[in-house]
Write a protein that binds this ligand. Structure first.
Ligand code: BG6
Length: 516
């Protein structure tokens, strides 16, 4: 069968059996409004994601784009900016025909987020798009702005009659961070839900859009061999790492008021932990999946103030060398105050207090300017109960470690003990590997591609629900508060290293941090 896509390309059956199953789902004609359309996220991620969706014929046949930001700009200038962004940041080289078609009729409405004139302009632009399409398009409002504007925009959408319509769906996509504390997250939820129904709200956690993060669920629930072991009887401990080699770049303004815990742990890392620990959902659909994730989060007790020193470690990078380049320390980064106590590294030891996981330490760590970019979940099994080989040969017998790597080298690897060839029964650890890229021979779509299309389809499975975001905050809030109340200086770690020495103290038993 051949099909014609929204961009006029003809696609046919794939010859390669390994790309079988890569599919497109129908999407209702939609207009997407991006608030903050000239910002970093829009330029680096959202516009290139739209381009790649168009390239694959995954966008709805009738699709309209409207940008809003404060800088004055004409539709034509916005089109040029969008095209440039795609050329610079798209994962695949830009095809001029696809570009021209995608951005042919873009609109731009300039003005600040609290100005009702802006919303009048948006209404006109959206009505025109409906008229051209000859039907009422669904509307998606993407809040890609600084977080302080989320409530402002939501209120204005409500006030200006843009939050629902009788003959089509209206949805709002909200970027992270969702509040700076539990209290703020609750307030924001209240504000958002006073204008929209929860079914209309799509809170982004871009990690959920990553193929390899979704693969955690595939590995666990599409294979019978792991689930029987997936509990406190067989699993010794879990280490979740999200290390980065980059520093804060030009984001000091945001980062210095956020820190590593808010930036990565409260959202991405707790999502990874929930997916790893959740019970099998009855179906892969929004409510069922999110119900199970929330149960995991609720089973994690928020640390008491007196436990924080024992359960959480923070650090700040000092000058050092990353990939052969000398880089400055955090306090010398442009825009960071000299006396900043913002952590660029955070490590925690958590426990999921339920029947399946009680007693299994869950270690989480993240940091900027560490040795390498690695996102992985390493599940270490308990040692075998008895080593039958002669004692001098048994030193190679190590607990199995199952590593789910999200980036780089996406895949799964299982360490197993194997006999070294020869007349003696000596054991060594070897790895069984599955590499995503090799098995599917296709480039994974960027997380934002999947998430934008899911939001347009109204599928919230890969988005954070209101109670979920609050449950995440409940865990992090006491730590954030304790750290803010404790003066620095913070433990330092050289850029390009494994993180601060102090993080070693979190370990119980003999389970050092994995080398990154
Ligand atoms: C973002 C954080 O949410 O995730 C950034 O704000 C971080 O600080 C980024 O660099 C990491 O995402 P990824 O997809 O590169 O692992």
């Amino acid at each position: 069968m051949t099909t014609t896509t929204a961009t006029g390309q003809t696609t046919g059956p794939q010859d390669n059996p390994l790309v079988e199953g890569l599919e497109r789902l129908p999407v209702h004609p939609t207009a997407l409004v991006i608030f903050g359309a000239t910002g970093d996220l829009a330029r680096r991620k959202l516009l290139p994601a739209l381009y790649n969706l168009a390239h694959e014929g995954a966008l709805p046949e009738r699709f309209g784009l409207v940008g809003n930001a404060r800088s004055p700009m004409t539709d034509e200038e916005f089109r040029e900016m969008a095209i440039e962004s795609v050329r610079e940041f798209s994962r695949r080289p830009a095809d001029e025909k696809v570009l021209a078609k995608l951005f042919a009729d873009v609109r731009y409405v300039a003005g600040s987020f609290d100005d009702d004139e802006v919303y009048a302009g948006l209404t006109t632009a959206l009505d025109e798009l409906d008229e051209t399409a000859g039907l009422a398009l669904n509307r998606c409002f993407y809040l890609s702005t600084a977080p302080m504007f989320f409530p402002v925009i939501v209120d204005a959408l409500g006030r200006n009659d843009l939050a629902d319509r009788a003959d089509a769906e209206v949805r709002v996509i909200i970027e992270k961070p969702f509040g700076r504390s539990l209290e703020e997250a609750r307030e924001l939820n209240e504000r958002v839900l006073s204008v929209f129904d929860e079914e209309q709200v799509f809170r982004i956690d871009h990690y959920l859009g990553k193929e390899t993060v979704q693969n955690v669920l595939a590995l666990r629930f599409a294979n019978n061999m792991f689930e029987p072991l997936w509990n406190r009887n067989y699993i010794d401990h879990v280490q979740i790492t999200a290390s980065e080699d980059i520093g804060i770049g030009s984001r000091a303004g945001y980062y210095d008021s956020a820190g590593a815990l808010r930036d990565l742990v409260q959202n991405h890392m707790l999502q990874l932990l929930s997916l790893l620990c959740m019970e099998p959902p009855v179906a892969f659909e929004a409510q069922a999946v999110r119900d199970e994730k929330v149960k995991v989060l609720r089973a994690i007790r928020a640390p008491l103030p007196e436990e924080i020193a024992e359960l959480a470690v923070r650090g700040q990078y000092a000058a050092g060398t990353v990939a052969g380049d000398e880089v400055p320390g955090y306090l010398d980064e442009e825009g960071v105050p000299d006396d900043s106590n913002t952590e660029t590294y955070a490590a925690l030891r958590l426990e999921v207090h339920n029947w399946r996981w009680a007693g299994v330490p869950m270690y989480l760590r993240t940091g900027k300017r560490m040795a390498r970019k690695v996102t992985e979940i390493a599940v270490t099994l308990k040692p075998v109960p008895h080593v039958a080989f002669q004692s001098d040969m048994s030193t190679g017998v190590r607990p199995n470690v199952l590593v789910l790597t999200m980036q780089p080298n996406e895949g799964v690897s299982l360490s197993i003990g194997a006999k070294i060839p020869g007349s003696r029964m000596a054991i060594r650890t070897v790895n069984m590997e599955f590499l995503y890229g090799t098995a599917f021979l296709s480039q994974s779509p960027e997380a934002y591609e999947r998430l934008i299309i899911d939001a347009m389809r109204g599928d919230a499975t890969l988005f954070t629900r209101n109670d979920e975001v609050e449950a995440q905050w409940r865990i992090c809030d006491p730590i954030v508060k304790a750290w803010e109340a404790t003066p620095g200086p913070l433990p330092q770690y050289p850029a390009g290293s494994q993180g601060p020495e102090e993080a070693m103290g979190l370990q119980v038993g003999e389970s050092p941090w994995r080398m990154i």
